[in-house]
Design a protein around this ligand. Structure first.
Ligand code: PLP
Length: 364
Protein backbone atom coordinates (compact mmCIF):
# COMPACT_ATOMS: atom_id res chain seq x y z
CA UNK A 1 0.00 0.00 0.00
CA UNK A 2 1.43 3.38 -1.00
CA UNK A 3 -0.42 6.21 0.81
CA UNK A 4 -0.87 9.73 -0.53
CA UNK A 5 0.97 11.07 2.50
CA UNK A 6 2.51 9.29 5.52
CA UNK A 7 2.46 11.40 8.67
CA UNK A 8 3.85 8.70 10.95
CA UNK A 9 7.03 8.37 8.87
CA UNK A 10 7.86 12.00 9.55
CA UNK A 11 7.13 11.65 13.27
CA UNK A 12 9.46 8.65 13.55
CA UNK A 13 12.23 10.46 11.69
CA UNK A 14 12.48 13.11 14.48
CA UNK A 15 10.60 11.34 17.30
CA UNK A 16 13.08 12.25 20.02
CA UNK A 17 12.90 16.00 19.38
CA UNK A 18 9.12 16.01 19.15
CA UNK A 19 8.62 13.89 22.27
CA UNK A 20 10.96 16.15 24.25
CA UNK A 21 9.16 19.27 23.02
CA UNK A 22 5.78 17.85 24.03
CA UNK A 23 6.97 16.70 27.45
CA UNK A 24 8.68 20.04 28.14
CA UNK A 25 5.44 21.85 27.32
CA UNK A 26 3.42 19.55 29.58
CA UNK A 27 5.86 20.26 32.41
CA UNK A 28 5.89 24.02 31.75
CA UNK A 29 2.27 24.60 32.70
CA UNK A 30 1.87 27.09 29.81
CA UNK A 31 -0.86 25.83 27.50
CA UNK A 32 -2.53 28.98 26.15
CA UNK A 33 -0.04 31.30 24.42
CA UNK A 34 3.11 31.72 26.55
CA UNK A 35 6.79 31.18 25.67
CA UNK A 36 6.39 28.23 23.24
CA UNK A 37 3.96 30.18 21.07
CA UNK A 38 6.03 33.38 21.18
CA UNK A 39 9.20 31.53 20.22
CA UNK A 40 7.56 29.83 17.27
CA UNK A 41 5.97 33.12 16.13
CA UNK A 42 9.38 34.83 16.23
CA UNK A 43 11.02 32.04 14.29
CA UNK A 44 8.38 31.94 11.55
CA UNK A 45 8.53 35.75 11.25
CA UNK A 46 12.32 35.50 10.82
CA UNK A 47 11.98 32.61 8.34
CA UNK A 48 9.62 34.65 6.15
CA UNK A 49 11.44 37.95 6.71
CA UNK A 50 8.40 39.53 8.38
CA UNK A 51 8.10 41.81 11.42
CA UNK A 52 5.03 40.27 13.06
CA UNK A 53 3.60 36.75 13.30
CA UNK A 54 0.47 35.85 15.26
CA UNK A 55 -0.25 32.20 15.99
CA UNK A 56 -3.86 31.12 15.49
CA UNK A 57 -6.02 28.02 15.77
CA UNK A 58 -6.16 27.28 12.01
CA UNK A 59 -5.49 28.54 8.51
CA UNK A 60 -9.20 29.18 8.07
CA UNK A 61 -9.16 31.46 11.13
CA UNK A 62 -6.08 33.18 9.69
CA UNK A 63 -8.11 34.18 6.61
CA UNK A 64 -11.11 35.29 8.71
CA UNK A 65 -8.97 37.35 11.09
CA UNK A 66 -7.02 38.94 8.20
CA UNK A 67 -10.30 39.92 6.52
CA UNK A 68 -11.73 41.29 9.78
CA UNK A 69 -8.55 43.25 10.55
CA UNK A 70 -8.76 44.85 7.08
CA UNK A 71 -12.39 45.85 7.81
CA UNK A 72 -13.84 43.73 5.01
CA UNK A 73 -17.54 43.14 5.61
CA UNK A 74 -21.04 43.15 4.09
CA UNK A 75 -21.26 45.01 0.77
CA UNK A 76 -17.59 44.41 -0.07
CA UNK A 77 -16.17 42.19 -2.80
CA UNK A 78 -12.98 40.16 -2.61
CA UNK A 79 -11.27 38.63 -5.63
CA UNK A 80 -10.31 34.96 -5.22
CA UNK A 81 -9.14 32.28 -7.66
CA UNK A 82 -11.84 30.03 -9.12
CA UNK A 83 -9.79 26.97 -8.22
CA UNK A 84 -8.78 26.59 -4.57
CA UNK A 85 -9.75 24.96 -1.30
CA UNK A 86 -13.23 26.23 -0.39
CA UNK A 87 -12.02 28.12 2.72
CA UNK A 88 -10.43 30.82 0.55
CA UNK A 89 -13.92 31.81 -0.65
CA UNK A 90 -15.87 30.61 2.42
CA UNK A 91 -14.00 32.90 4.79
CA UNK A 92 -14.86 35.90 2.59
CA UNK A 93 -18.51 34.90 2.94
CA UNK A 94 -18.21 34.34 6.67
CA UNK A 95 -17.31 38.02 7.19
CA UNK A 96 -20.36 38.95 5.08
CA UNK A 97 -18.52 39.88 1.85
CA UNK A 98 -18.87 38.43 -1.66
CA UNK A 99 -16.17 36.31 -3.28
CA UNK A 100 -15.63 37.30 -6.91
CA UNK A 101 -13.91 34.50 -8.78
CA UNK A 102 -11.22 34.79 -11.43
CA UNK A 103 -10.28 31.78 -13.55
CA UNK A 104 -6.88 30.13 -13.21
CA UNK A 105 -3.97 29.64 -15.58
CA UNK A 106 -4.55 26.07 -16.90
CA UNK A 107 -0.85 25.20 -16.62
CA UNK A 108 0.24 26.62 -13.28
CA UNK A 109 -3.28 26.50 -11.70
CA UNK A 110 -2.61 29.95 -10.18
CA UNK A 111 -4.99 32.93 -10.50
CA UNK A 112 -4.81 34.29 -14.06
CA UNK A 113 -3.41 37.79 -13.55
CA UNK A 114 -4.66 38.88 -16.98
CA UNK A 115 -8.27 38.40 -15.85
CA UNK A 116 -8.15 40.21 -12.51
CA UNK A 117 -8.77 43.75 -13.84
CA UNK A 118 -12.10 42.83 -15.46
CA UNK A 119 -13.37 41.46 -12.13
CA UNK A 120 -12.77 44.70 -10.23
CA UNK A 121 -15.81 46.86 -9.38
CA UNK A 122 -16.35 49.86 -7.12
CA UNK A 123 -17.03 47.38 -4.30
CA UNK A 124 -13.76 45.46 -4.59
CA UNK A 125 -11.66 45.74 -1.43
CA UNK A 126 -9.05 43.01 -1.66
CA UNK A 127 -7.43 40.22 -3.67
CA UNK A 128 -6.58 36.83 -2.15
CA UNK A 129 -3.97 35.06 -4.28
CA UNK A 130 -3.49 31.42 -3.28
CA UNK A 131 -0.11 29.75 -3.78
CA UNK A 132 -1.92 26.62 -4.85
CA UNK A 133 -0.19 23.25 -4.49
CA UNK A 134 2.99 25.05 -3.37
CA UNK A 135 3.56 26.88 -6.67
CA UNK A 136 3.78 30.66 -6.17
CA UNK A 137 1.12 32.92 -7.64
CA UNK A 138 2.45 35.68 -9.92
CA UNK A 139 2.78 38.35 -7.24
CA UNK A 140 4.21 41.41 -9.06
CA UNK A 141 1.25 41.94 -11.41
CA UNK A 142 -1.13 41.25 -8.51
CA UNK A 143 0.58 43.85 -6.30
CA UNK A 144 0.59 46.33 -9.18
CA UNK A 145 -3.15 45.91 -9.83
CA UNK A 146 -3.81 46.23 -6.09
CA UNK A 147 -1.79 49.46 -5.92
CA UNK A 148 -3.57 50.90 -8.96
CA UNK A 149 -7.00 50.25 -7.47
CA UNK A 150 -6.23 50.76 -3.78
CA UNK A 151 -6.92 47.11 -2.91
CA UNK A 152 -5.53 45.07 -0.02
CA UNK A 153 -3.70 41.81 -0.69
CA UNK A 154 -4.13 38.79 1.58
CA UNK A 155 -1.94 35.85 0.58
CA UNK A 156 -3.41 32.41 1.19
CA UNK A 157 -0.09 30.69 1.78
CA UNK A 158 -1.60 27.58 3.39
CA UNK A 159 0.00 25.34 0.75
CA UNK A 160 3.16 27.36 0.10
CA UNK A 161 5.32 27.28 3.23
CA UNK A 162 8.89 27.76 1.96
CA UNK A 163 7.90 28.56 -1.65
CA UNK A 164 9.49 31.58 -3.30
CA UNK A 165 8.51 34.20 -5.86
CA UNK A 166 11.55 35.86 -7.49
CA UNK A 167 13.73 34.70 -4.60
CA UNK A 168 11.48 35.94 -1.81
CA UNK A 169 9.26 33.74 0.39
CA UNK A 170 5.57 33.57 -0.42
CA UNK A 171 3.39 34.95 2.35
CA UNK A 172 5.67 37.99 2.69
CA UNK A 173 4.25 40.11 -0.16
CA UNK A 174 0.73 41.05 0.85
CA UNK A 175 -0.72 43.20 3.63
CA UNK A 176 -1.25 39.91 5.46
CA UNK A 177 0.08 36.41 4.79
CA UNK A 178 -2.02 33.48 6.04
CA UNK A 179 -0.49 30.13 6.99
CA UNK A 180 -2.00 26.76 7.85
CA UNK A 181 -0.21 24.07 9.81
CA UNK A 182 -2.87 21.43 9.17
CA UNK A 183 -1.09 18.05 9.62
CA UNK A 184 -0.64 17.35 5.89
CA UNK A 185 0.72 20.81 5.00
CA UNK A 186 4.46 21.20 4.27
CA UNK A 187 4.96 22.29 7.88
CA UNK A 188 2.29 20.34 9.74
CA UNK A 189 1.18 20.23 13.38
CA UNK A 190 -0.43 17.24 15.14
CA UNK A 191 -3.80 18.95 15.01
CA UNK A 192 -5.17 22.24 13.72
CA UNK A 193 -2.95 25.34 13.74
CA UNK A 194 -2.45 28.50 11.70
CA UNK A 195 -0.81 31.94 11.66
CA UNK A 196 -0.94 35.41 10.14
CA UNK A 197 2.13 37.47 9.30
CA UNK A 198 2.40 41.18 8.51
CA UNK A 199 4.84 44.09 8.53
CA UNK A 200 2.17 46.55 9.67
CA UNK A 201 2.25 47.08 13.46
CA UNK A 202 -1.35 48.35 13.64
CA UNK A 203 -2.68 45.36 11.71
CA UNK A 204 -0.61 43.06 13.91
CA UNK A 205 -2.12 44.55 17.05
CA UNK A 206 -5.65 44.27 15.66
CA UNK A 207 -5.14 40.61 14.70
CA UNK A 208 -3.66 39.88 18.13
CA UNK A 209 -6.80 41.35 19.68
CA UNK A 210 -9.11 39.44 17.35
CA UNK A 211 -7.56 36.08 18.27
CA UNK A 212 -8.55 36.57 21.92
CA UNK A 213 -12.02 38.08 22.31
CA UNK A 214 -11.05 41.55 21.07
CA UNK A 215 -8.90 42.13 24.15
CA UNK A 216 -6.12 44.67 24.24
CA UNK A 217 -6.18 44.33 28.01
CA UNK A 218 -7.44 41.00 29.39
CA UNK A 219 -11.23 40.95 29.98
CA UNK A 220 -11.72 44.39 28.38
CA UNK A 221 -13.13 43.55 24.95
CA UNK A 222 -12.87 46.44 22.50
CA UNK A 223 -14.64 44.56 19.71
CA UNK A 224 -16.13 41.12 19.10
CA UNK A 225 -13.25 38.74 18.46
CA UNK A 226 -12.67 34.99 18.50
CA UNK A 227 -11.03 32.37 20.62
CA UNK A 228 -8.41 31.39 18.06
CA UNK A 229 -5.04 30.97 19.71
CA UNK A 230 -2.28 28.69 18.50
CA UNK A 231 -2.13 25.82 20.98
CA UNK A 232 1.15 25.76 22.97
CA UNK A 233 1.60 22.01 22.38
CA UNK A 234 1.21 22.48 18.63
CA UNK A 235 3.64 25.43 18.74
CA UNK A 236 6.23 23.23 20.49
CA UNK A 237 5.81 20.48 17.89
CA UNK A 238 5.99 22.96 15.02
CA UNK A 239 9.09 24.57 16.53
CA UNK A 240 10.77 21.15 16.64
CA UNK A 241 9.88 20.61 12.98
CA UNK A 242 10.74 24.08 11.63
CA UNK A 243 14.53 23.47 11.24
CA UNK A 244 13.73 20.54 8.93
CA UNK A 245 11.21 22.18 6.63
CA UNK A 246 13.75 23.34 4.01
CA UNK A 247 15.26 19.88 3.68
CA UNK A 248 11.77 18.34 3.51
CA UNK A 249 10.83 20.81 0.77
CA UNK A 250 14.05 19.96 -1.10
CA UNK A 251 13.13 16.28 -0.85
CA UNK A 252 9.65 17.02 -2.20
CA UNK A 253 11.21 18.89 -5.11
CA UNK A 254 13.64 16.06 -5.91
CA UNK A 255 10.87 13.48 -5.89
CA UNK A 256 8.60 15.74 -7.93
CA UNK A 257 11.28 16.29 -10.56
CA UNK A 258 11.83 12.53 -10.72
CA UNK A 259 8.10 11.95 -11.30
CA UNK A 260 8.05 14.65 -13.98
CA UNK A 261 11.06 13.20 -15.77
CA UNK A 262 9.60 9.69 -15.83
CA UNK A 263 5.90 10.44 -16.35
CA UNK A 264 6.03 13.46 -18.66
CA UNK A 265 5.13 11.43 -21.74
CA UNK A 266 2.20 9.66 -20.03
CA UNK A 267 0.46 12.45 -18.14
CA UNK A 268 0.37 16.24 -18.06
CA UNK A 269 2.90 16.89 -15.29
CA UNK A 270 3.18 20.11 -13.24
CA UNK A 271 5.16 23.08 -14.53
CA UNK A 272 7.36 25.53 -12.66
CA UNK A 273 7.13 29.12 -13.89
CA UNK A 274 10.49 30.87 -14.20
CA UNK A 275 9.60 33.28 -11.40
CA UNK A 276 9.07 30.68 -8.73
CA UNK A 277 10.30 27.99 -6.43
CA UNK A 278 7.60 25.32 -6.20
CA UNK A 279 7.49 23.35 -2.93
CA UNK A 280 5.09 20.65 -4.14
CA UNK A 281 2.59 20.60 -1.30
CA UNK A 282 0.80 18.35 -3.79
CA UNK A 283 2.06 16.69 -6.96
CA UNK A 284 -0.81 17.35 -9.37
CA UNK A 285 -1.11 15.63 -12.74
CA UNK A 286 -3.75 15.85 -15.43
CA UNK A 287 -5.33 13.12 -17.54
CA UNK A 288 -8.49 12.95 -19.62
CA UNK A 289 -8.77 9.35 -18.32
CA UNK A 290 -8.38 10.38 -14.70
CA UNK A 291 -11.15 8.32 -13.14
CA UNK A 292 -10.04 5.10 -14.86
CA UNK A 293 -6.42 5.72 -13.91
CA UNK A 294 -7.33 6.38 -10.28
CA UNK A 295 -9.33 3.15 -10.15
CA UNK A 296 -6.41 1.24 -11.69
CA UNK A 297 -3.97 2.71 -9.13
CA UNK A 298 -6.32 1.88 -6.28
CA UNK A 299 -6.47 -1.73 -7.41
CA UNK A 300 -2.66 -1.78 -7.20
CA UNK A 301 -2.73 -0.39 -3.66
CA UNK A 302 -1.70 3.11 -4.66
CA UNK A 303 -3.59 6.05 -3.19
CA UNK A 304 -4.41 9.17 -5.19
CA UNK A 305 -6.85 12.02 -4.62
CA UNK A 306 -8.68 14.81 -6.40
CA UNK A 307 -7.93 18.39 -5.21
CA UNK A 308 -10.63 19.59 -5.72
CA UNK A 309 -13.63 17.82 -7.26
CA UNK A 310 -15.82 20.94 -7.03
CA UNK A 311 -14.60 24.47 -7.85
CA UNK A 312 -15.80 26.87 -5.11
CA UNK A 313 -18.13 28.87 -7.41
CA UNK A 314 -20.22 25.70 -7.91
CA UNK A 315 -20.42 24.86 -4.18
CA UNK A 316 -23.83 25.20 -2.50
CA UNK A 317 -23.04 28.36 -0.44
CA UNK A 318 -22.11 30.25 -3.64
CA UNK A 319 -25.37 29.42 -5.46
CA UNK A 320 -26.96 32.64 -4.23
CA UNK A 321 -24.47 34.66 -6.29
CA UNK A 322 -25.74 33.09 -9.51
CA UNK A 323 -22.51 31.47 -10.62
CA UNK A 324 -23.04 28.59 -13.03
CA UNK A 325 -21.26 25.79 -14.86
CA UNK A 326 -19.18 27.25 -17.69
CA UNK A 327 -18.28 30.49 -15.86
CA UNK A 328 -14.68 29.43 -15.21
CA UNK A 329 -13.75 26.79 -17.77
CA UNK A 330 -10.13 26.22 -16.67
CA UNK A 331 -11.12 25.70 -13.05
CA UNK A 332 -13.93 23.37 -14.07
CA UNK A 333 -11.74 21.32 -16.40
CA UNK A 334 -9.09 21.05 -13.68
CA UNK A 335 -11.73 19.68 -11.32
CA UNK A 336 -12.51 16.95 -13.87
CA UNK A 337 -9.00 16.05 -15.04
CA UNK A 338 -6.45 16.68 -12.29
CA UNK A 339 -5.45 14.57 -9.29
CA UNK A 340 -2.57 14.12 -6.85
CA UNK A 341 -0.07 11.26 -6.83
CA UNK A 342 1.62 10.16 -3.57
CA UNK A 343 4.30 12.68 -2.59
CA UNK A 344 5.87 13.39 0.81
CA UNK A 345 9.48 13.79 1.91
CA UNK A 346 9.74 10.24 3.28
CA UNK A 347 8.39 8.53 0.13
CA UNK A 348 11.06 5.99 -0.86
CA UNK A 349 12.39 5.65 -4.39
CA UNK A 350 11.07 2.10 -4.59
CA UNK A 351 7.59 3.27 -3.55
CA UNK A 352 7.81 6.00 -6.15
CA UNK A 353 8.94 3.48 -8.77
CA UNK A 354 5.83 1.46 -7.92
CA UNK A 355 3.63 4.47 -8.71
CA UNK A 356 5.56 5.22 -11.91
CA UNK A 357 5.31 1.63 -13.13
CA UNK A 358 1.57 1.49 -12.47
CA UNK A 359 0.93 4.72 -14.40
CA UNK A 360 2.95 3.40 -17.35
CA UNK A 361 1.16 0.07 -17.24
CA UNK A 362 -2.22 1.83 -17.40
CA UNK A 363 -1.06 3.80 -20.44
CA UNK A 364 -0.14 0.64 -22.41
C1 PLP B 1 -5.55 24.09 4.19
C2 PLP B 1 -6.00 25.32 3.50
C3 PLP B 1 -6.72 26.33 4.15
C4 PLP B 1 -7.29 26.20 5.52
O1 PLP B 1 -6.39 25.83 6.51
P1 PLP B 1 -6.90 25.04 7.81
O2 PLP B 1 -5.71 25.11 8.70
O3 PLP B 1 -7.24 23.66 7.38
O4 PLP B 1 -8.06 25.77 8.35
C5 PLP B 1 -7.01 27.49 3.44
N1 PLP B 1 -6.65 27.64 2.17
C6 PLP B 1 -5.98 26.69 1.50
C7 PLP B 1 -5.59 26.92 0.08
C8 PLP B 1 -5.66 25.49 2.13
O5 PLP B 1 -5.00 24.54 1.46
Amino acid sequence: MIPLVDLTAQYHSIKKEIDEAVLATLASGHFILGPQVTKFEENVAAYLGMKHAIGLASGTDALVIALRALNISAGDEVIVPAYTFFATAGTVMSVGAKPVFVDVDPQSYQIDVNKIREAITSKTKAIIPVHLYGHPAEMNPILEIAREHGLKVIEDNAQGFGAEYLGRKTGSFGDVGCLSFFPTKNLGAFGDAGMVVTNDPALAERMRMLRAHGWKKKYYSEEVGYNSRLDALQAAILQAKLPYVDSWNDKRRELAHRYTEKLGSYLVTPIEREWGKHVYHLYIVRSAKRDGLQAFLKQKGIASEVYYPLPPHLATPCRKFGYKEGDFPHAELASRETFALPLYPELTLSQQDGVIMAVKEFAH
